[in-house]
Design a protein around this ligand. Structure first.
Ligand code: LMR
Length: 334
């Protein structure tokens, strides 16, 4: 080999080694909702702060709207290490075998965000995240979205208005029971398929925090929305445990700091985003928004109260009692 060729080869190899040494750690962050939602915005915020705090050593790539994976597939992808971060809704952990998370699905268990934070920001929440570790998953934080409301093509003022309706829910046994408690027919379906199912009449209605309804344009294919606020939908930000523990300690610390900031941001904007979405729904004129009276709200609460008794064993009576103790909710006192 000529001297010149050897030198060129050596220089090229050196450059590629330097490039490899400096290549950022890529973190694929996949989620199923639109970019302009609480989760969408918080994941972008995390990506930006991760780049800044790690000084480019980590690069978070956010994939919104099920661009990489649908609901169920994303969890498998995380466990396999094909994607490094997710923020699935809390209802998505039951099918994984961590049934305690379905406690969040119980109707009316939280009156407001202050009640919710007693759990997600306290020891009960931390204990729940720890239950993910045997599944190869590290729980990093809870991110808020908001309270769900029912929509359909017919008015919803009383539980009886949902009787016989096919209602899309997430894959949660507690949510199934919740729909049955009002005489509805629960239909489990991936989030990315809901718009079309509503449009084509495969299902009659669904439940969503308003930001999800609006950003998926579901209000364009639902004539009625009633602000029942009957249950909570929020997220656990999770990562592949092996991946996370294998990160250089400095990078992991910087990412933890970025996550702390992103969590504060997520929980600050969640209500605002839902309020803005509600304005958008109203302005569109496509859906009639109904605010139930105190009595009507109580009728939904009473109709759904038996879910707490029927499903207590599934999530654990002790866990449920410890949540009631924090929030003051008592299904027997309705
Ligand atoms: C749903 O399936 O309705 C939600 O999990 C979507 C989401 O991530 O907010």
């Amino acid at each position: 080999m000529k001297m010149h060729t050897m030198v060129v080869g050596l220089v090229a190899a050196t450059f590629s080694m330097i490039a490899m040494a400096q290549a950022p750690i890529v973190i694929k962050f996949s989620h199923v909702v639109a970019a302009d939602t609480p989760k969408g915005k918080a994941s972008e915020f995390f990506a930006k702060r991760a780049a800044e705090l790690t000084k480019g050593k980590a690069k978070v790539e956010v994939y919104a709207n099920s661009a990489l994976y649908k609901d169920k597939e994303e969890m498998e992808a995380l466990q396999l290490g094909a994607v490094q971060m997710l923020a699935p809704s809390l209802a998505k952990f039951g099918p994984l075998g961590v049934k305690e998370f379905e406690a969040f699905d119980f109707p009316y268990i939280f009156d407001d965000t202050a009640d919710l934070h007693k759990i997600t920001q306290g020891p009960i929440g931390a204990g729940m995240l720890a239950k993910l570790e045997p599944k190869g998953i590290k729980g990093l934080a809870f991110w808020d979205n908001g309270f769900k409301s029912f929509s359909a093509n017919t008015p919803i003022k009383a539980p009886a208005d949902l009787k016989g309706k096919k209602l899309r829910i997430q894959s949660s046994k507690v949510l199934e029971e919740q729909i049955r408690s009002v005489g509805g027919l629960p239909q489990v379906m991936a989030f990315s398929e809901v718009y079309q199912a509503l449009q084509t009449g495969v299902v009659d209605g669904t439940e969503n925090p308003i930001s999800n309804l609006y950003t998926q344009k579901m209000h364009e294919v639902q004539k009625h929305l009633t602000l029942t606020n009957h249950g909570y939908l929020g997220y656990a930000v999770i990562t592949n445990k092996k991946f996370w523990e294998g990160l250089p300690a400095d990078v992991r610390g910087q990412l933890e700091a970025a996550m702390k900031e992103a969590t504060a941001y997520a929980n600050k904007i969640a209500q605002e985003e839902n309020d803005m979405s509600l304005e958008g729904v109203k302005k569109s004129g496509k859906t009639t928004v109904y605010v139930p009276t105190k009595e009507e709200r109580m009728a939904f609460k009473k109709a759904m109260a038996p879910v707490h008794v029927k499903m207590a064993d599934r999530v654990g009576k002790d866990l449920l009692q410890s949540i009631y103790k924090e929030t003051g909710f008592d299904p027997n006192k309705l």
